[in-house]
Design a protein. Structure first.
Length: 369
């Protein structure tokens, strides 16, 4: 009988310690992630909401606003995901964004996938590209200060979706990405997103999410990925955006935690949920419900349950900013409040209090970064 390779055995003890330490730091004490990795095109859509032109300088100005908020934000954020362009940008006084984040004790991360592409032979399903030169890019990103990475795969719910092929293909892509990241010192955030698009109910999403996670972790095991040096960025278990039946946050929390207990290994340090088109307030309320339910049986929740929000941390902020320098301080206060709200929700201690832009729907059909 062939000798089986032990999970993570191809990494040295020093490599494993660094990966594990960084993964745990990102989600320590209720901390989460600010996902500021929007592509140039997606950032243009954000800026257009407040009538700001999509230029290099305007994108830099907005990211500078995010990263120069009061240092209190380091209490609430353990990591920030950057886009390639943003990784090499600086503040007005010449300080690199990476140094700014590190000085706050916030780990810089990087989006490394190259986008979703059609998966041939399926009903409008997809896979994610970018593996060919990934090792080289990861090595460079590590040298340039990044300590974790993100790769997004997308699965859709429909009459015959997700197909077994789509589940298997995306699981293997995520596993190859994760293995490559760890070889180069980066903690891989594994993101198999089951989209909110559709009219499916909560139960259908729970079934699909469980199967997707089970397949993903089977693939990670097959590729000998060191789970203690990874994080998961999944969808919450939610009904489709077009579902007529309404569910309470408590039902969403129970369905989500039950799914993880069935499919997520205890070795994974943390879960950093994506917001997936929920409003800012919904994302906080539902994250809180997830933690409240999980805390009822603390011995059955070995992982931190936190956040990795983009739209659900930035929407009110950009609406307060409106591209005007005189609004920067107020916009930073809004960002700080949203980050604090999600930090509290990650501990099951959030009390809803927001109104205004925080309640606006952020759903975008077939969303792409």
């Amino acid at each position: 009988m062939a000798t089986l390779t032990s999970t993570g055995a191809w990494l040295s003890d020093k490599q494993k310690e660094e990966l594990r330490t960084n993964a745990e730091a990102i989600v320590a004490n209720g901390k989460g992630i600010l996902a500021a990795d929007e592509s140039v095109g997606t950032m243009g859509k954000r800026l257009s909401q407040v009538g700001v032109e999509n230029t290099d300088e305007n994108r830099r100005h907005f990211r500078q606003l995010l990263f120069t908020a009061d240092k209190e934000i380091s209490t609430y954020l353990g990591g920030v995901i950057l886009f390639h362009e943003t990784l090499y940008q600086k503040t007005d006084d010449g300080t690199p964004f990476v140094k700014l984040l590190k000085d706050l004790g916030i780990l810089p991360g990087i989006k490394v996938d190259k986008g979703v592409v059609p998966l041939a032979g399926t009903d409008d399903e997809s896979t994610t590209q970018g593996l060919d030169d990934l090792g080289k890019r990861c090595a460079q990103y590590y040298a340039d200060g990044c300590r974790f990475a993100k790769w997004r795969c997308v699965l859709k719910i429909g009459d015959n979706r997700p197909s077994p092929l789509a589940i298997l293909e995306n699981a293997n892509v995520l596993a190859r990405y994760a293995s490559t990241c760890q070889q180069n010192g980066l903690v891989p955030i594994v993101e198999p997103e089951v989209l909110m698009d559709g009219s499916h109910d909560l139960e259908r999403c729970q079934t699909v999410t469980e199967k997707v996670l089970a397949a993903t972790y089977k693939a990670l095991s097959d590729h000998n990925v060191y789970l203690e040096g990874t994080l998961l960025k999944p969808n919450m278990v939610l009904p489709g955006q077009g579902c007529e039946k309404k569910y309470t946050p408590e039902q969403i929390g129970e369905a989500t935690v039950t799914t993880f207990r069935r499919a997520l290994p205890a070795a994974v340090p943390g879960v950093t949920f994506l917001s997936g088109g929920q409003s800012e307030e919904e994302a906080s309320v539902n994250l809180n419900a997830v933690n409240v339910y999980a805390n009822k049986s603390a011995n059955k929740r070995p992982w931190k349950l936190s956040f990795s929000y983009g739209r659900a941390l930035q929407y009110s902020t950009i609406m307060a900013w409106k591209g005007k320098e005189e609004n920067v301080k107020e916009a930073q206060k809004v960002l700080l409040n949203r980050a604090k709200a999600n930090w509290a929700a990650s501990q099951g201690r959030y009390a809803t209090s927001e109104s205004g832009a925080a309640g606006d729907s952020l759903f975008v059909a077939n969303h792409q970064y």
